[in-house]
Write a protein that binds this ligand. Structure first.
Ligand code: C2E
Ligand code: CA
Ligand code: CA
Ligand code: CA
Length: 279
């Protein structure tokens, strides 16, 4: 299939400059990571801007290397993308996240939504929709509680049938979110045709609330555009009360960020849900 080759997707990712030797060594370690069970899925809560109730969580991959410690995805995702390892890693994240979400939905009786990031290479796999459908079946997760996050920075034209794939997933009942909104080059016409339920305002804009009036204007314009197109908005990188107040005042539906919680290991996330239930 197109896009399966090693060199087809280098346009999307920039791996930091390293020596060839270092890269080969890291690639070998990353290959082992999956087999050795060194990968983890952490969860960061997403809350209602009005009530601050937890409405969902985003699954974020972590690599716990026995010697190097916790390695950030910002470091290894680009390499995983470039080597093609992201396809099996992404499948593992999807399955793990759906399984955990289903368990928490049942234990806490909440319609918790689970956000899973899809990388450009995953979106190129012709069997992606089939894979998602079989994971939903296997885990018993209600499709409308799965939220697939697609970054706005992808080069849409380089992914054959992207809109059709997303439409198929949307037709199953899955939700689609446009991640990192404002950082890409999507035209308004593209947003209109993109079968997305939700827009995630990128943290680079949220961070400047109360600092840069231009970024505040972008946040307000994004909210108004999204709402006029009947899309919900979630803001990421909400770190301080001032961000929360601004976003709430301008009608942003949901919030995610350190103000509420950092991404948590599954046990810690579950404990937090249990704690909230007791309140
Ligand atoms: P992203 O999808 O934009 O995820 C949000 C990132 O912002 C996460 O970084 C999260 O920990 C961080 N974050 C959340 N709240 C705050 C905050 O209040 N302040 C600040 N400064 N940061 C906050 P993380 O976990 O390091 O992930 C980085 C990126 O790696 C993600 O960005 C995503 O693009 C990618 N990634 C993570 N997990 C996966 C995965 O399973 N699959 C794929 N394809 N990509 C993933
Ligand atoms: Ca994301
Ligand atoms: Ca994001
Ligand atoms: Ca981001």
């Amino acid at each position: 299939a197109k896009g399966m080759g090693r060199n087809n997707y280098q346009a999307y990712v920039a791996v930091p400059e390293e020596s060839h030797q270092q890269r080969i060594a890291l690639e070998a370690k990353l290959r082992q990571a999956e087999k050795n069970g060194e990968l983890r899925v952490y969860y960061q809560p997403q809350v209602s801007a009005q009530t601050e109730d937890i409405v969902g969580m985003e699954a974020l991959i972590r690599w716990e290397h026995p010697e190097l410690g916790m390695i950030s995805p910002g470091f290894f995702i680009p390499l995983a993308e470039e080597t093609g390892l992201i396809v099996s890693m992404g499948e593992w994240v999807l399955r793990t996240a759906c399984r955990d979400a289903r368990r928490w939905q049942q234990r806490f009786g909440l319609p918790l939504r689970i956000g899973v990031n899809l990388s450009p290479l995953q979106l190129m796999q012709p069997n992606l929709a089939e894979l998602v459908r079989s994971v939903l079946e296997e885990t018993g997760l209600e499709p409308s509680t799965l939220d697939l996050e697609v970054t706005e920075s992808i080069n849409v034209k380089s992914i054959p049938n992207l809109l059709e794939t997303l439409q198929t997933l949307h037709d199953f009942g899955c939700h689609i979110s446009i991640d990192d909104f404002g950082t890409g080059q999507s035209s308004l016409d593209y947003i209109k045709r993109f079968p997305a339920d939700r827009i995630k305002i990128d943290q680079t804009f949220v961070r400047n609330i109360g600092v840069d009036p231009d970024d505040e204007a972008i946040v307000k314009a994004t909210l108004s555009m999204a709402h006029n197109l009947s899309r919900a908005v979630i803001a990421e990188g909400v770190e301080i009360e001032q961000h929360l107040e601004f976003l709430r005042a301008h009608g942003c539906e949901e919030l995610q960020g350190y103000l509420f919680s950092r991404p948590l290991a599954p046990t810690a996330f579950e404990n937090m849900l249990a704690e909230r239930e007791r309140l």
